[in-house]
Design a protein around this ligand. Sequence first.
Ligand code: SF4
Length: 342
Amino acid sequence: MSFQVPPPSSCAIILSYQCSSRCRHCINASSPSWVEWASRRDIDRQFEALAAHSQYLSHLYISGGEPMLKPALTAYAVHRALELDLPLEYVETNAFWCWDEERALEGFIRLKEAGLKKVAISISPFHAEFVPLPHTEIAMDAAQEVFGTNNVILNTAEYFQELFAMEVEDTLELEHYIENKGAEEAALSFASEYELIPNGRAAVALADLFNRQPASAYFGEACEKELSNPYQVRMDHEGNYIPGLCAGIVLGSTHDLSALFAKRDWSDRPLINTLAKGGVEALLAWAKSHYDYQEDVMGYTSKCHLCLDIRRHLVRSGVVLKELKPLPFYDELDPESFIDIH
Ligand code: SF4
């Protein structure tokens, strides 16, 4: 099947998937276990390639993993992006490192001196499991002092207010938050207000919060649109180009964007070819007939949950495909710390 991937309209730069936290909603399945980071050379190469294909790019941000685990490298990435006139908007941090005001100011000043105009601070019941709420407060105050009140995005302010009202003084277990709010209301808030993407660790770890349906409920829809969507794509430190919804599926290499954005035939990428043509219905049939995949009798919360479950099975079965990457992403979907609300 042929289809074309257009250049991105918005893009997250992932310098590493390494993070101080192992949040249960994380689409990238970031955690402390990841160790690889982009080098300065990788950043130069990737940004130069992106600059040559930035005609539709209006929104670029540095995300993770946690970029402030390596503040000097992150400052370098900020500097290079701006030097190349890329529309870098902000760096997104979980604020774990803001345990005192001096340190927080120092980190934000470093980014500002590299040219950054705005930061985003992540806070939610998922982040609050790992980052003490006082760190978020310190980060907010320091970031506002450095960048100005209007240049600090709190993602989300509503969750911060809610956790603050709960008088959270340290971290808070997700189960405790859910118990307090009610499972149904928490699920509704994650899905609607937080726009939780049912892929990555969220698909597996939070599955019990949402209604499950048999695989057949998700038949009849091809995935070409999602795979070729230029919105919120990710470019990671390994040079993987990943569509916004489809964590764990690599469309091509960021080192050769011209080849990636050319109209091409995808028959050399069987997983992408199958999904683009026939969606999860075709993927399920393929995985059943070639790789002995068994449907989960508990069902799935979305088509992406089903897709991910099949891909996990392929990886566990030793299937090697160019588009099935990064492999540690699949290892990170370990069900050990998954939600227990029963
Ligand atoms: S089902 Fe798979 S290919 Fe389709 S949108 Fe979801 S993750 Fe992407």
